[in-house]
Write a protein that binds this ligand. Structure first.
Ligand code: GRF
Length: 221
């Protein structure tokens, strides 16, 4: 008996190019999951339009002025509950969650971050990487835990920084890689290959000691 496709909710705040990569992977039969809802905390997020175009429910949940973090998270949880997501994917969602929300979705929430974590958590990664004179950069998909951008890493995309790279050129190259690794991580989860166990990432029944790596220009399988 085939099991029902995993139900995925994607949380966004902006452009939604990573959401688009997930939509495209689902359409191509590469995700093994169904995107059941897209939620944005910003009404103008282009990703909401991308969801509607794809026939996916697009929900706007603004934060009220002065609203406590936990109150927003409770409203989000209430919005998500009837959609019964198996997995939440943070794809450029620019809010930090309360510990209670993170607990509720422990092992069922992935984030994509534009750096090679644990290096450069937080914002403005491309500029900071250049200022530090790094030679390597990339993106990471990780399980979300209470500490910002610090959950166990699953898969990374790595690229060599070139002379003449700018924050914009890096953002563009990193995005290309994000669109490779995010659908992969979601498809592994949906296939039951990926889980979080006692703080370790398990892929195909084995604990990952370091994230799976894809290199710019290298094979993508
Ligand atoms: C990505 O760089 C992601 O790593 C970060 O926010 C950006 C979202 O881009 N968390 P997009 O909205 O998916 O185009």
């Amino acid at each position: 008996m085939t099991r029902p496709a995993a139900r995925v909710a994607v949380l966004i705040s902006g452009e939604g190019s990573n959401l688009q990569a997930l939509i495209d992977a689902e359409k191509a039969g590469r995700l093994g999951a169904r995107i059941v809802a897209v939620v944005s905390n910003r009404g103008a997020a282009r990703g909401l339009e991308r969801a509607r175009t794809a026939g996916i429910e697009a929900l706007y949940l603004p934060a009220a002025r002065g609203q406590e973090r936990s109150a927003y998270d409770a409203a989000l949880a209430a919005l998500l509950a009837p959609r019964e997501p198996d997995l939440l994917v943070l794809a450029g969602f620019m809010r930090i969650f309360s510990a209670g929300f993170v607990d509720q979705f422990a092992g069922r929430m992935l984030n994509i971050h534009p750096s090679l974590l644990p290096k450069y958590p937080g914002l403005d990664t491309h500029r900071r990487v250049l200022e530090a004179g790094e030679s390597l950069h990339g993106a990471t998909v990780h399980f979300v835990t209470a500490e910002l951008d610090a959950g166990p890493a699953i898969v990374q995309y790595r690229l060599n920084i070139r002379a003449g790279d700018t924050p914009d050129s890096l953002a563009q190259r990193v995005h290309v890689g994000e669109h490779v690794i995010l659908p992969r991580a979601v498809s592994w989860f949906a296939a039951g290959r990926l889980r979080l166990s006692g703080g370790s990432v398990m892929l195909d029944g084995r604990a990952l000691h370091e994230p799976v790596a894809f290199d710019e220009g290298g094979p993508l399988e």
